[in-house]
Design a protein around this ligand. Sequence first.
Ligand SMILES: Cc1cc2nc3c(=O)[nH]c(=O)nc-3n(C[C@H](O)[C@H](O)[C@H](O)COP(=O)(O)OP(=O)(O)OC[C@H]3O[C@@H](n4cnc5c(N)ncnc54)[C@H](O)[C@@H]3O)c2cc1C
Ligand code: SF4
Length: 327
Amino acid sequence: MKPFAYERAADASGALALVAGAPAARFLAGGTNLVDLMKLEVETPELLVDIGDLGHDAIEPASDGGLRIGAGVSNSDLAADRTVRERYPVLAQALLAGASGQLRNLATVGGNLLQRTRCAYFQDVSKPCNKRRPGSGCPAREGDHRNLAVLGHSEACVATHPSDLAVAMAALGALVHVAGPAGERTVPMPGLHRLPADEPQRDTVLEPGELIVAVELPPLAFAARSSYRKVRDRASYAFAVVSVAVAVDLDGDTVRECRIAFGGLAHAPWRAERAEEALRGAPATEESFRAAADAELAAAEPLRDNAFKVPLASNVLVRTLAELCAA
Ligand SMILES: Cc1cc2nc3c(=O)[nH]c(=O)nc-3n(C[C@H](O)[C@H](O)[C@H](O)COP(=O)(O)OP(=O)(O)OC[C@H]3O[C@@H](n4cnc5c(N)ncnc54)[C@H](O)[C@@H]3O)c2cc1C
Ligand code: SF4
């Protein structure tokens, strides 16, 4: 690991001041991703600004009836929160499907959203990688890409985003509150994470030095009927091959409204707007669910070794909708 300086910020403005004008500075939250990447020398910050004391650790009602979650809330505390479990079960389930108990105790909301891809070439500094070193190439395209993207990828990068939490938040339409050198702003989800296009080095729309302070969930009443399903190569401690976050509102046997997002398919959590559109007003039958999955996945462009993800994603969506609608 390369040597680095360490500072502990007392509040958000102090944290912003410490990273201002220091391009090689990084915020340190739980450190469960950043420190691993530093050990691999994928990340080589000159300064770490510890944001563990900022007090962004509350889960509280928002003024519109939604829920405001501090960026420093641990993944364990968020998954255990009674309001989250009752009103947004998809979020609690997504969190509990990720990492391990010990990691979830340290990992924070902000850090989880901003964790980096698990593409093997990105993590190996002896290999080229456009995301780590722009212009060096993308060996995954012709190499090992079994677990990489089938939607929204580019010539430059075919990586997937690894966060389960982000998929649930994209389905729920969360708002990410950010503070930075230019003031405060709100970034909607989906919309925080980017598709790679020709700048795969940029995972998100955040500017250097911007700090996530909180995430707000809308007061989506039908989110109480929601769930997260994750397919992975082993039963725990593994990232999604394919996952889906679904919330559904029924009017008798008809789908009145729904929210769907996929994980494991793209460089960003993939909000399935075509599937949602196909389902609105449709009978809650397996035939409709399959047609909705087909409408979304028609845009898939699988690589040599990951075409299996397309029928897998379709089956995962159909099964999750069938279970939710029967509940
Ligand atoms: C073995 C293993 C298995 C895992 N499995 C899963 C899994 O199945 N699903 C899953 O979703 N995750 C999984 N993870 C990833 C884990 O969830 C993340 O490492 C964790 O959520 C990152 O949070 P953190 O607080 O530790 O972030 P850090 O490592 O501290 O930070 C990550 C990045 O976010 C930036 N950052 C942190 N907070 C802020 C903020 N508030 N504002 C701006 N920038 C910020 C940091 O500068 C850094 O670039 C796994 C990790 C490991 C090691
Ligand atoms: S897929 Fe993206 S992260 Fe992986 S090697 Fe290619 S450029 Fe790098």
